[in-house]
Write a new protein. Structure first.
Length: 514
């Protein structure tokens, strides 16, 4: 009954949207615990076991359909006839054993995602999809792939990892458009098994060489500016003719602070001449530093723990949006647009941390000499494990209050870094980062960097959210908040952003910036 009611509810909610958006989303949104239960095959009342028949009759103009994370054992044979204009179809994380024999009749299909099902064979008509660009068949039970795959003449990305394949057809080397091929964790014999470990490029080169030997053919940034929601605390008062000039008020306050022996009222206000930047430009760079780190962490999560080949398969490489981030065992732990512990300072679960954080951090360091990924020890979410990787992101803001005094910056950085990351190399890396930040806030550095660098960094995978947090802080400080990519900035999760805005507004008051 629950399944029927949900199906009817889904139909009602999307019926009026279909003609306007031409998109149907029947996917379930899961938290980490629900994801684990789903992977274990435990069905919940909210799972669909079929596509509602009354909904199928309304889908003739639909171009995108997502029915992932349900318990559908088979697709209706009429799907190709009901949805002839489909361009994108995601049927991942279901219980499909077969695809419709006539799936090749969806002539406009460009993306087909069928990972985490129970496929044992592929219908012949699948290879008639001459416009197909991306095909994900990973985490199934396929034993063979037909040589007819050569007819997928537009295919750019193919993932057949984690199946039961014993060989790959040499005709794959004849797909001239293929750029990324993932085929790890199958049952290949040598040398194919070893070649798969070297990555997509090596595998494609091997297949194309064999294909040729057989005598066949070869194969975001933005213009404009982001507006920070500045909420002023105590205003500086000015006796000059133009009291609305924040720059004049800022200089006056700096002068007053420098000529007094007491800094109680504004203890963090930098002295006059601390920066060559005007007040608004200095504020813009500080905001860019903080939000750049948050964005780098949140966006870096998209490719964290992936190989570069997996990054290329799952993402386009030119831009990633938060709603495009893959949902798997690692990433499902965070809500869309959330950052991880790299930006949100973690709390070390050690009995001595509150009393003597340096000793606690050193103790943890001696127990763990190797940094392991979050998939194994949950270090990214800091749920059960402590993290002492070489990541200076927690210290990138330490250079802000006393950016004009390099010795103070270095001392603060070392002291704070040792509370969570006690290795000497971590301290050295953090000091380097904060020195760069201090120079940029002083307005006396000539560092250059580009937004495209962030995407290149993300597409390398690995510890991408840690790397992104640091690189995002530096890039944001150089460009300023106003020039951060608006879609990445606005896509950050609102509760966390609202909390951060309050903290930053208070900090700007403390250092006297407008």
């Amino acid at each position: 009954m629950g399944n029927t009611q949900q199906a009817q509810g889904v139909h009602d909610s999307f019926q009026l949207m279909t003609d306007k958006t031409r998109e149907i989303n029947l996917a379930r949104s899961l938290n980490y615990r629900q994801y684990c239960r789903h992977v274990e095959g435990k069905q919940e009342d909210s799972c669909l076991t079929e596509i509602p028949a009354n909904l199928l009759s309304t889908l003739s103009l639909t171009e995108r359909m997502n029915i992932s994370f349900n318990m559908i054992p088979e697709l209706p044979s009429t799907l190709p006839l009901c949805c002839p204009h489909l361009v994108y179809l995601d049927i991942s994380h279901n219980q499909l054993q077969n695809l419709p024999d006539d799936i090749g009749h969806i002539l406009h299909l460009e993306t087909l995602l069928v990972k985490y099902n129970q496929l044992r064979r592929l219908p012949y008509s699948l290879f008639h999809l001459t416009r197909l660009l991306k095909l994900d068949l990973s985490h199934n039970s396929l034993k063979t792939i037909s040589s007819e795959v050569i007819h997928l003449e537009s295919l750019e990305k193919l993932n057949v990892s984690k199946n039961r394949l014993t060989a790959l057809p040499s005709s794959l080397g004849g797909v001239k458009t293929l750029k990324v091929l993932l085929a790890s964790e199958n049952r290949f014999c040598e040398p194919l098994q070893k070649i798969c470990e070297y990555g997509s490029d090596e595998l494609l080169a091997h297949l194309r060489k064999n294909f040729n030997l057989s005598g066949q053919c070869q194969m975001s940034g933005s213009a404009g500016g982001n507006m920070f929601p500045r909420v002023r605390g105590n205003h500086l008062h000015s006796s000059v003719p133009n009291p609305q000039s924040a720059q004049v008020q800022y200089i006056q306050a700096q002068t007053h602070t420098a000529n007094t022996s007491s800094r109680i009222k504004s203890p963090l206000l930098p002295p006059r001449g601390a920066s060559d930047l005007e007040a608004f430009m200095l504020r813009d760079r500080i905001l860019g530093l903080l939000f750049g780190a948050a964005i780098g962490d949140a966006m870096g999560l998209a490719t964290c723990c992936m190989t570069s080949d997996e990054c290329r398969f799952h993402y386009g490489g030119e831009n990633i949006t938060y709603d495009e981030i893959l949902q798997d065992e690692l990433r499902v732990r965070w809500k869309q647009g959330d950052w991880t512990s790299n930006f949100d300072m973690m709390v070390v679960e050690h009995p001595e941390f509150l009393k003597n954080p340096h000793i606690a951090a050193t103790s943890i360091m001696t127990k763990s000499n190797i940094h392991v990924y979050a998939v194994e020890h949950n270090s990214l979410g800091n749920e059960n494990g402590d993290d002492d990787d070489e990541n200076p992101s927690e210290c990138s803001e330490d250079s802000v209050p006393y950016f004009h005094d390099v010795e103070e910056v270095e001392a603060n950085t070392a002291r704070i870094c040792k509370t969570t990351h006690g290795r000497p190399v971590c301290v050295a890396a953090s000091v380097l980062v904060t020195n760069l930040v201090a120079q940029m806030l002083q307005g006396r550095s000539d560092l250059t960097c580009h937004k495209s660098f962030m995407m290149s960094l993300f597409m390398e995978g690995g510890d991408s959210n840690s790397n992104g947090c640091v690189a995002g802080a530096l890039l944001g400080c150089r460009l300023g908040y106003s020039r951060l990519p608006p879609d990445w900035l606005k896509g950050l999760r609102k509760p966390e952003t609202d909390w951060l805005n309050v903290k930053i507004n208070h900090f700007l008051d403390m250092i006297g910036l407008p």
